[in-house]
Design a protein around this ligand. Structure first.
Ligand code: GAR
Length: 193
């Protein structure tokens, strides 16, 4: 990734919509010596997102924007990210699609985690679709974000076996455990660390 890795850490914002378990794992990672990033900002489109509690717990600034008017929300977001010198964005269960224009402003500096083995099962309801198709494996992927949904360059993936009586809930749980390990690893890889 073409960000300078001097002695200070890369100022990063994490975007969430829900529970924020990946956010929590990224915060924990960011506090380790080996982490190239520091998490300085949490963004949510959902004011009720449970993950927003981590803003209080870890004293990280937050911004809630409802994205009903995407143009306006993104405009406000860009200005708040700029004011806070945010250099990199990690999407972690963020369920809104960012515009081409927004992505251009952070070109090559937005990462996403997706609960499938991309390019398979882009979009929503990944676990049920994988089970319905009788896949033997699913998993998770960390990739760079480009203008096309779940299609940017893949950084790392982790395979997870689908058991005989798997349900979408049990598969989601299994994959989430792996997501928490994969995202930090992928960040290190993205920085060639
Ligand atoms: C995670 O499984 C993440 O991969 C998925 O939402 C969940 C968020 O969990 N993301 C997507 O489906 C994006 N299309 P979390 O809020 O506990 O991190």
């Amino acid at each position: 990734m073409d960000l300078s890795t001097g002695c200070s850490k890369i100022r990063t914002a994490v975007f969430i919509s829900g529970t924020g378990s990946n956010l929590k794992s990224l915060i924990k990672f960011s506090k380790t010596i080996k982490s190239p990033i520091s998490i300085e900002f949490i963004v949510s489109n959902n004011s009720k997102a449970k993950g927003l509690n981590y803003s209080k717990i870890y004293k990280i600034k937050k911004k809630i924007l409802n994205f009903e008017n995407k143009n306006l929300s993104e405009k406000k977001l860009l200005s708040v990210l700029k004011a806070n010198n945010i250099e990199m964005i990690c999407l972690a269960g963020f369920m809104k699609i960012l515009s081409k224009n927004f992505i251009k402003k952070f070109k090559g500096k937005i990462l996403n985690i997706h609960p499938s083995l991309l390019p398979k099962y882009k979009g929503l309801n990944t676990h049920q679709r994988a089970i319905n198709n009788k896949e033997k494996y699913s998993g998770c992927t960390v990739h760079f974000v480009n203008a096309r949904l779940d299609s940017g360059k893949i950084i790392l993936q982790k395979k997870v076996k689908i058991s005989k009586n798997e349900t979408k809930a049990s598969l989601a749980k299994k994959i989430l455990v792996q997501e928490h390990k994969l995202y930090p690893k992928a960040i290190l890889k993205a920085f060639n660390l």
